[in-house]
Design a protein around this ligand. Structure first.
Ligand code: AMP
Length: 486
């Protein structure tokens, strides 16, 4: 088995890894580091939670050390692009942790906070800049940052960045970079548009990937409650009151929906908070900190807002709204049951379109989920199938094309990015066309839509998720503590 010593990383980096208690490289690290350390471009299929950040941060830090130069004013040597503020913050934290014995200079360029401090932080020139594309472009266009000295470019969660409509910003940024650079490109899925983008940006890349996601899903107790749509708020409150909930992450499809769910819960006497793209950065940080410490046990989030959040001890993931994108279901439930801990994922499924989404999800994860009928008698649209979870072979073909529904992307990347100059929604349509009349009024509020499968019709890839351990130990919940009701 590979160990970190085998990579020949510079001594200050090895020391930092020891202090982080990293002993064995994860599969994505074992595959990526030996290649990236030679300077070759890499295209990787891996999700957050697989140790992907270290797989690009470690070889980059090593190469920075091999050629220590002082960055020129208003420039950076490493540019990491990521889709969300939260993920950007976590990436920067990782660089600083692994680079703690190097005199590393680093900064964030993310939306949602005033630009002044970010402008000042790059004035003298820095080693590592981690940024969301919208804000970065604003800084470049405002002459606060020049990209002509970038030696290393990382695109993290490229599929998510494209879903969020960042493609034009990314192209503009890449056009300003030197052609002679090392590029490391990571995505959880590899549909054709992502593969095409990678093709244009990478030079003779090595390809790395980690094993299928099904193994992650198997460790989570999943169930479906068949419910009447109007009864969802009451059933959610009931779950939170009766289940042994340590921390619950509740997903809604829209920002408006998240706010409504929080209002309903608070009315039922259950403290809850929402995070989504309309909330200020301060609010998000405060709420996340409270969720981490356990002061708030129920967090309601949209998919984009939840992306990149890594909180230990989430006992329950509850899909208040089922997602129309099967991979998103996997991302959602992957927030619980991390590193072998127990986790429960409960999906509230009303009839109609959500039944179609459920079929797509079951097809992707190759599991027939157990179902419990909580509908009011007389409202049943279909008989409930109370089948135990069981594996079945994958079927080829579209995961999502059968019903022609497509959750449109009404999300404005700049709005989420928080950068000024927010532009209107940029939508990606999935093949398969229209949307039922009943959905149309909601479409503008849907935060995301993404292709359900890659170009070859394969499911997404991933490995068992790891915990993010970089925050101080005293802030981490004790995972052995007796779960409490929220
Ligand atoms: P990431 O997928 O990069 O977000 O990493 C998920 C979590 O796993 C983070 O808390 C990392 O600190 C942690 N981690 C990454 N690599 C290792 C490793 N080789 N050993 C132990 N923990 C790791």
């Amino acid at each position: 088995m590979t160990s970190f010593q085998d990579f020949g990383l510079a001594d200050p980096i090895s020391r930092a890894l020891k202090e982080e208690n990293y002993v064995t490289p994860t599969p994505i690290q074992a595959q990526t580091i030996p290649i990236a350390i030679t300077g070759r471009d890499v295209i990787g299929i891996a999700q957050t939670g697989t140790g992907k950040t270290a797989s690009f941060a470690l070889p980059i830090l090593h190469r920075l050390l091999e050629n220590r130069i002082k960055p020129q004013p208003k420039t950076c040597r490493v540019l990491v692009l990521s889709p969300t503020r939260e993920l950007s913050g976590q990436i920067l934290e990782s660089f600083n942790a692994y680079g703690r014995h190097i005199k590393l200079t680093s900064a964030l360029a993310i939306g949602g906070v005033p630009m002044g401090r970010q402008v000042r932080s790059v004035m003298q020139g820095i080693d590592v800049m981690v940024a969301t594309p919208g804000r970065l472009l604003d800084m470049v266009q405002g002459n606060a940052l020049k990209l002509g000295q970038v030696e290393f470019l990382v695109l993290d969660e490229a599929d998510r960045m494209l879903d969020m409509g960042f493609i034009n910003d990314i192209r503009k940024i890449v056009a300003k970079l030197p052609t002679k650079r090392q590029t490391l490109f990571f995505s959880a899925t590899m549909p054709k548009d992502i593969a095409d983008l990678a093709e244009q940006m990478l030079h003779n890349p090595a390809r790395v990937a980690v094993t299928p996601v099904a193994s992650t899903v198997e460790r989570i107790t999943q169930k479906v409650l068949q419910v009447d749509h109007s009864a969802k708020p009451a059933i959610l409150a009931q779950i939170l009151k009766t289940e042994q909930v340590n921390r619950a992450l509740v997903f809604t499809r829209t920002k408006h929906g998240a706010d409504k769910v929080v209002k309903g819960l608070v009315k039922s006497g259950i403290p809850a908070e929402a995070i989504h793209g309309n909330k200020s950065q301060n609010h998000r940080e405060r709420v996340l900190a409270a969720f981490r410490t356990g002061d708030i046990r129920t967090l309601v989030a949209t998919d984009i807002a939840a992306r990149g959040i890594d909180v230990d001890g989430i006992s329950h993931v509850i899909n208040f709204d089922l997602t129309n994108v099967p991979e998103t279901y996997v991302h959602r439930i992957g927030r619980t049951a991390r590193a072998g801990a127990d986790g429960t994922a409960i999906s509230l499924v009303a009839g109609g379109e959500e039944l179609g989404y459920l079929r797509d999800i079951e097809k992707l994860i190759r599991v027939t989920l157990p179902k419990e009928d909580r509908r009011t008698p007389g409202h049943q649209q279909r008989p409930a199938a109370a089948a135990p979870a069981q594996h079945r072979p994958a079927r080829s073909g579209s995961h999502n094309g059968h019903n022609g529904h497509n959750g449109h992307n009404g999300h404005s990347p700049r709005a989420n990015d928080g950068a000024p100059g927010s532009q209107g929604p940029r939508r990606r349509r999935r093949p398969g066309g229209g949307m039922p009349q009943s959905d149309r009024h909601e479409a503008g509020r849907h935060e995301q839509s993404r292709p359900s499968q890659n170009a070859k019709g394969e499911g997404i890839q991933g490995v068992a998720f790891l915990h993010r351990e970089s925050r101080p130990a005293q802030n981490r919940p004790n995972r052995n503590q007796r779960p409490q009701r929220s």
